[in-house]
Design a protein around this ligand. Structure first.
Ligand code: NAD
Length: 511
């Protein structure tokens, strides 16, 4: 039989797009689709930019998989001006038409899944099951926001005194600047853009510099689905392009996902602008913890920890960074965990059976390697696997900490920290975690009912997971996003998200 790609990880519910990995014929057909879709891609701004093209290379083996021309100042300004001109027409398009375009985009995405799966693997280094989950999520975002827009963007009649007609209307704000990270280069990129568009805004999309090719394909797909070309413009480039778009006088709002440092820079830049005030929707990182008490089932804990910490090579904002084990079960739990971590296969994510692919680029690898080397030198390294020497691979590592408070930075890769706590110290531990200021995901493994309810009420995170892994939030079921240093809300994939993208007008008519 063909090896299963995710033997250790429990497949994410509803995320396999109908492909059962145990079904050889369906899997072979899918692999053939992906193979046929491989090839070179390109990304460029619509108007010509004076910058030379640069190759985009795969994190798997450094092979050139396409090229990008990045925006210069002129191209960035042109994208904003074009979107600003298109805004009024698009905003006046009935919401039903805009919603149907999103639904068509979801259908197209599924029909062309081979192209997107191939790029998610070659450009972002994803395993097949991660890539499938991401295409699934992107299509879910389109369909969910289409339906939400039908609910949100309609005029409401409000009660009032006799002789007065009161109405509340929702429409687009203008041009939304959408700035996204490389770790979900399709689902987050598309989620931001379609939320802005379906509520009547025009959008200028600035993908991460590491993943412009998937973004260019996604923009082309939305144009094909019916979004007017001028209402959605792609602005490839690095952080300077993002900064120029934020500063542009046409910017009516910014939706950003990425690091907390950049979110803070954008916040300052928006505050310093002249003219109209523009809102910022920011989703950032986390130092995510899981607390395990001595009543938890060790086998389940190990399964959940491996998936949460090492799946996607730890490059998820939701990933588990700090595992807090109750003291009496810690030795057995750590031994079982290390035993299971040794079974993880690290390598080319296009190979079925590989669990951990590369990290995104050489800079990320260097930073992570230095971090793990320092832990080793300090005698805190409990385990490190072996990574292939070519490509930008980092093997899963497990590091011991004395206290939860020793981890205050987001280490964005397959690095898990472990600390222990003694009976009676649960509340103090939660407070120690909370004091770090982040609030994205939080895990709890216990069989004590009261503790579950207490954590559900008070745990310091936007997404709380009990007795399961902490990743793979499902659109519409697990709205995703944090607070504090982790973001502004509202939650992506949730019922309140679109409301932050709209302008509200109250009309009162004396009848
Ligand atoms: P990053 O902050 O370095 O970059 C994100 C985007 O911002 C990129 O497109 C980048 O070019 C752009 N940018 C950089 N400087 C800018 C500036 N001054 N002005 C405007 N734009 C600028 O983040 P990354 O390395 O691409 O992504 C990883 C980070 O994203 C992690 O911190 C992760 O936790 C976070 N993340 C959060 C979520 C969430 O939903 N909360 C989801 C995925 C990733």
């Amino acid at each position: 039989r063909l090896p299963l790609p995710a033997e250790i990880y429990e497949p994410l519910r509803g995320n396999s797009m109908g492909v059962e990995f145990g079904d050889r014929a369906a899997l072979a057909a899918l692999l053939a689709e992906i193979e046929a879709a491989r090839g070179r891609s390109e990304a460029r701004p619509e108007s010509s930019a004076a910058k030379p093209s640069r190759p985009v290379v795969s994190p798997i083996d450094g092979a050139a998989i396409g090229e990008v021309i990045e925006c210069d100042d002129v191209a960035a300004r042109d994208a904003m001006a074009s979107a600003a001109r298109a805004f009024a027409g698009w905003n006046a398009t009935p919401v039903e038409t805009r919603a149907r375009i999103l639904e068509r985009a979801a259908d197209l995405l599924e029909a062309r899944r081979g192209v997107f799966l191939a790029l998610l693997q070659s450009e972002a280094g994803k395993t097949l099951d991660d890539a499938l989950a991401e295409v699934r999520e992107a299509a879910d975002m389109c369909r969910y926001y289409a339906n939400q827009a039908r609910l949100v963007c309609r005029e409401a009649r409000l009660p009032g005194p006799t002789g007065e007609d009161n109405r509340l209307r929702y429409e687009g704000r203008g041009v939304f600047v959408c700035i996204s990270p490389w770790n979900f280069p399709l689902a987050i990129f598309l989620g931001q853009v379609v939320a802005a568009l379906v509520t009547g805004n025009a959008a200028v999309a600035k993908p991460a510099e590491q993943t412009p090719l998937i973004a260019a394909r996604a923009v082309a797909l939305l144009h094909e689905a019916g979004v007017p070309r001028a209402a959605l413009r792609l602005a490839p480039g690095a952080g300077d392009v993002g900064a120029a778009l934020v500063d542009d006088p046409h910017t009516a709002g910014v939706v950003f996902t990425g690091s907390v440092e950049v979110a803070q820079q954008i916040n300052r830049a928006l505050a310093a602008r002249e003219g109209a005030l523009a809102p910022l929707i920011a989703e950032t990182g986390g130092v995510n913890a899981m607390i395990v008490d001595s009543t938890a089932l060790i086998e389940q804990v190990v399964d959940d920890v491996l998936a949460s910490a090492f799946r996607s090579a730890g490059q998820r904002c939701s990933a588990l960074r700090l595992l807090c084990l109750q003291h009496d079960i810690a030795p057995a739990a750590i031994e079982t965990l290390i035993g299971a971590a040794k079974e993880l296969r690290i390598g080319d994510p296009r190979m079925l059976g590989v669990h951990v692919g590369p990290v995104i680029d050489a800079a990320a690898k260097e930073k992570l390697d230095r971090y793990v080397a320092r832990a080793r030198a300090e005698g805190r390294l409990l385990y490190a696997g072996e990574a292939p020497s070519a490509g930008t691979f980092v093997a899963p590592a497990i590091i011991r900490l004395d206290r939860a408070a020793d981890l205050r930075e987001e280490v964005f890769g397959p690095v898990l920290h472990i600390t222990t706590w003694r009976a009676g110290a649960f509340e103090a531990l939660v407070e120690e975690i909370q004091a770090g200021g982040y609030g994205l995901t939080f895990g709890l493994e216990t069989r004590i009912g009261e503790r579950i309810e207490e954590a559900a009420r008070r745990a310091p995170a936007g997404n709380i997971y009990v007795n399961r892994n902490m990743i793979g939030a499902i659109v519409g079921s697990q709205p995703f996003g944090g607070f504090g240093l982790s973001g502004t809300g509202p939650k992506a994939g949730g019922p309140d998200y679109l409301r932050r993208f709209v302008r509200e007008t109250t009309v009162t008519i004396n009848t």
